[in-house]
Design a protein around this ligand. Sequence first.
Ligand SMILES: *[C@@H]1O[C@H](CO)[C@@H](O)[C@H](O)[C@H]1NC(C)=O
Ligand SMILES: *[C@@H]1O[C@H](CO)[C@@H](O)[C@H](O)[C@H]1NC(C)=O
Ligand SMILES: *[C@@H]1O[C@H](CO)[C@@H](O)[C@H](O)[C@H]1NC(C)=O
Ligand SMILES: *[C@@H]1O[C@H](CO)[C@@H](O)[C@H](O)[C@H]1NC(C)=O
Ligand SMILES: *[C@@H]1O[C@H](CO)[C@@H](O)[C@H](O)[C@H]1NC(C)=O
Ligand SMILES: *[C@@H]1O[C@H](CO)[C@@H](O)[C@H](O)[C@H]1NC(C)=O
Ligand SMILES: *[C@@H]1O[C@H](CO)[C@@H](O)[C@H](O)[C@H]1NC(C)=O
Ligand SMILES: *[C@@H]1O[C@H](CO)[C@@H](O)[C@H](O)[C@H]1NC(C)=O
Length: 476
Amino acid sequence: MNSLMLIIVILLPLCFGADNYSWYPTFHFSPPKGWMNDPNGLSYYNGYYQAFYQYNPYDTESGWMHWGHARSTNLLKWEHLPIALTPSLPEDIDGIFSGSAVVSDGNLILMYTGVSGNSTHQAQCLANSTDGINFDKLGLVLKKNGSDLNFRDPKVWKQGDSWFVIIGSKTDDDRGEVLLYQSLDLKSWDYQGVLAQADETLGYMWECPDFFTLGDKQILLINPQGMEQNGYDYQNLYQTGYFVGTWQPGEQYIIEKGFKEIDHGHDFYASQTFLAPDGRRILIGWLDMWESVFPERQEGWAGMLTLPRELTLSLNGTIEIRPIREVEDYRTEDVVSNNSVTLNDDSIFVLKEQVTSNEIIIELDPVKSNASTYGVRLGDEDQGVFVYVDTEKQRLFVERSYPQFNISRSDRSVAVDLSNPIYLDIFVDSSSIEVFVNDGESVLSSRIYPTELQRSLAVFHSEGSVTVNKYSIWNI
Ligand SMILES: *[C@@H]1O[C@H](CO)[C@@H](O)[C@H](O)[C@H]1NC(C)=O
Ligand SMILES: *[C@@H]1O[C@H](CO)[C@@H](O)[C@H](O)[C@H]1NC(C)=O
Ligand SMILES: *[C@@H]1O[C@H](CO)[C@@H](O)[C@H](O)[C@H]1NC(C)=O
Ligand SMILES: *[C@@H]1O[C@H](CO)[C@@H](O)[C@H](O)[C@H]1NC(C)=O
Ligand SMILES: *[C@@H]1O[C@H](CO)[C@@H](O)[C@H](O)[C@H]1NC(C)=O
Ligand SMILES: *[C@@H]1O[C@H](CO)[C@@H](O)[C@H](O)[C@H]1NC(C)=O
Ligand SMILES: *[C@@H]1O[C@H](CO)[C@@H](O)[C@H](O)[C@H]1NC(C)=O
Ligand SMILES: *[C@@H]1O[C@H](CO)[C@@H](O)[C@H](O)[C@H]1NC(C)=O
């Protein structure tokens, strides 16, 4: 090798060092390549957590949908498996849309929406697996009378000796609704009526319904399309939220509370829950929103899932949402921690220089702070993500700004009580942030697109002082 070659060999990695920088997540699920949206068929089978997902392996845009498949022993590290379902039957030839999974007689049964006729017909189909890897299609099992243009996303469960399924749909006058069916064998289904229906404020279509028990209540989770923004609420293109009520087989669903959004960030949709073997109700969502920019397309992939979250019902009947406790096993090193930091002057305080795959716990103290806004930011003054308290508005904001990637400055927020410390548990991955507020109170999930130079995490504040009671930062 002559010296010129040697120089080229040495310089190449340096030149490309910045180019190999990637937004591909390290502790969240994403497809190996191509496009993904909704999580599907979340379940536990054969000793593994099973996750399927809406998948277009051929493009970084939504298109001819398949069910991608992965499994995990801990809900955090996922093993990619062969595609589970590919369009092949007359009733699913134009796409395998969303659905769910149940274990029946030791087999893993998938119920999904088959789409045909250039997506004008939607009907429910089954597939069966004895090993959790290979699936045999059992074909069409449930069609809607009349228009079947919007009839999708079956969520199946067993109660007593019966199977039940709910399916997202809309009325003839364009209001979202959820339809209920019952079966003894998963194949022959009887219509049981409308479980719930939108009034004029709750959207023209309800997608990806979910129905489950928390405490002594039944929760209906829906994804309405067509809701109008109302102040700080419903700011995304589509919503995900829930009702709290009571139901038992053969009776009406009596709604007591709701509709309430289950995540308040820029990017959350089409979530699904399942019951872990230890009884936890776990929720996973698509950490994206339709019609977003998806700058990661330049890397050959698009879309990711949220961290799994555990849901519980609080005493006052709202849902509490926390990261699953397994994430604690991923804290590889206690990188930084400090008991108390107070900033009086106009300085910023750098907590950590390179934050790419980290958990950050930080407690802001509104009583000891007198700036009107304060919090943490990842990036610089102009570009990045800003997680801060606005004392006038009495809200916690997640604001992001990536104009370089055509993502203009915008915020999402939740109300916070300023008479107590504000406890934030923040997960930052290569292109996402999830901010869990006050141990169960709320969560905000957003995609972020920092460059390698916008990875510094700092405390910042407006005129006045800010006090951070304590913080810890772990690598993940
Ligand atoms: C980029 O490549 C360099 C050198 O091989 C490596 O140290 C670094 O971790 C890579 N960065 C990413 C984000 O993959
Ligand atoms: C689907 O659309 C194409 C082009 O619009 C048309 O040629 C074809 O006949 C349609 N197929 C069905 C089954 O409707
Ligand atoms: C799934 O396949 C197994 C093995 O062939 C069979 O015993 C079982 O009945 C099938 N389940 C359904 C719902 O058809
Ligand atoms: C469809 O219509 C038939 C005949 O009117 C009725 O028996 C059946 O229950 C209906 N099914 C559904 C799913 O609405
Ligand atoms: C803790 O914060 C104070 C500023 O309030 C700073 O002087 C000190 O260096 C910090 N300690 C560590 C370990 O970061
Ligand atoms: C930037 O986003 C706007 C909508 O927010 C869109 O109309 C425009 O085409 C986008 N530009 C580029 C270059 O992607
Ligand atoms: C209900 O309880 C939750 C969690 O304990 C709390 O965050 C929320 O502020 C309470 N809401 C009301 C209206 O009291
Ligand atoms: C804000 O608090 C700091 C102490 O943390 C104090 O030095 C400063 O005078 C206060 N400013 C105002 C306007 O109260």
